[in-house]
Ligand binder design. Structure first.
Ligand SMILES: *Cc1c(COP(=O)(O)O)cnc(C)c1O
Length: 379
């Protein structure tokens, strides 16, 4: 099956009792048993719920994976992955990782004896330098947030496989429409489903996909034991969202290109970060491992002051100032004071998340309207 068909049908079947074509919202915490232990596979909804099960199968299908697991947020999913580790183990992650991921690794799991290293992953060598016999997990985001750096997943997978290390890829920015990390050698794919998969800014949810049966067993044990599971209403909203994922991602990518080209040619703009631009540092890797380049882009103004950035951000009309990304509506944000505020300033400056950096989540509105909006905001 091709992607668009899987987005609509993957892992799904009509409801057996009624024929309902849409997966029902099984709003129940428990299930009646005929005799102790005699049931249809459902005992209690933290362990399994039919609506969540349908979503897990659907997400596994669009990521070309065998097993899907859903969590109450993207952070809940990342938390479950790190809980595969033990005190003394080490993680190597990209140094421009999502702020919440940096925070959970440094402020929660370091206290449990799990040590993170943050490295520049555009150079696979720097990963090798930090890998040792304690390394259990390499965690990677590509494209990364907010600088849209691209890492060669296959190249990293060769390193992790040679060293018996798990490779986890946060595929939130690309979505399964643009890139499938399991096909490139990753062991675990993670999504903040809150973003493109949900796609309508109305739900917070997370997911993991993997192929290995033992890994799935460990992760579903953690999912059930720690209990960060999503409710059936939220799962239903995501099932509905994914049915149009391919259409939305095409438009996000088309509008992303329009905005990137416009900003790249603007006299007040210094640099545009979008992997589809030929001048992007990793454009050729992006072309190889992604089907298109998506709707996330960042840029800096020639006037690199906080004031200049704030002026643009507060002048847009269609682009709304907000955290988050991946919804149908266009958003604008200031990483240094919003999504990446948890990262100390000196760390931010080192990785290019300067005060003057502006991030766009380009939505699916009319592209010309979006350009007009940017034009008047930059002035
Ligand atoms: C939003 C986000 C997360 C966290 O997901 P939540 O659903 O907000 O918990 C993780 N990684 C990336 C890249 C994100 O954008």
């Amino acid at each position: 099956m091709k992607f668009a068909t899987k987005a609509v049908h993957g892992g799904l079947k009509p409801d057996e009792s009624t024929g309902a074509i849409m997966t029902p919202i099984y709003q129940t915490s428990t299930y009646v048993q005929k005799a102790p232990g005699e049931h249809n596979g459902y005992e209690y909804s933290r362990t399994l719920n039919p609506t969540r099960e349908a979503l897990q199968l659907n997400i596994a299908s669009i990521e070309n994976g065998k097993h899907g697991l859903c969590f109450s947020s993207g952070m809940g999913a990342i938390d479950a992955v790190i809980k595969l580790l033990s005190p003394g183990d080490e993680i190597v992650a990209n140094n421009d990782v999502y702020g919440g991921t940096y925070r959970i690794m440094t402020k929660v799991f370091e206290d449990y004896g799990i040590k993170p290293h943050f490295v520049d992953m555009q150079n696979a060598r720097s990963v090798e330098e930090h890998v040792n016999d304690k390394t259990r997990l390499v965690w990677l985001e590509t494209p990364s947030n907010p600088l849209l750096n691209i890492t060669d997943i296959k190249e990293l997978a060769a390193i992790t496989q040679a060293n018996g290390i798990l490779l986890g890829v946060d595929n939130t920015f690309a979505s399964p429409y643009l890139q499938n990390p399991l096909d490139l050698g990753a062991d675990i794919v993670m999504h903040s489903v809150t973003k493109y998969l949900g796609g309508h800014s109305d739900v917070v949810l997370g997911a993991l996909v993997c192929n290995d049966d033992q890994l799935e067993e460990r992760l579903s044990f953690i999912q059930n034991t720690c209990g960060a599971v999503p409710g059936p209403q939220d799962c239903f909203l995501v099932l509905r969202g994914i049915k149009t994922l391919h259409l939305r991602m095409q438009r996000h990518s088309d509008n992303g290109r329009l905005l990137a080209d416009f900003l790249d040619g603007h006299e007040k703009v210094d640099h545009v970060y979008w992997p589809g631009l030929e001048n992007h540092a990793n454009h050729s890797i992006a072309k190889d491992q992604m089907r298109d380049f998506g709707g996330m882009l960042s840029f800096t103004l020639k006037d690199n002051s906080l004031e200049a950035a704030h002026a643009v951000i507060s002048n847009t009309r269609i682009f709304k100032l907000a955290e988050s990304l991946g919804g149908v509506e266009s958003l604008i944000g200031h990483p240094a004071s919003m999504t990446h505020a948890a990262i100390p300033r000196e760390e931010r400056d080192k990785t290019g998340i300067v005060e003057g950096l502006i991030r766009l989540s380009v939505g699916i509105e009319d592209g010309e309207d979006l350009i007009e909006d940017m034009k008047q905001a930059i002035g």
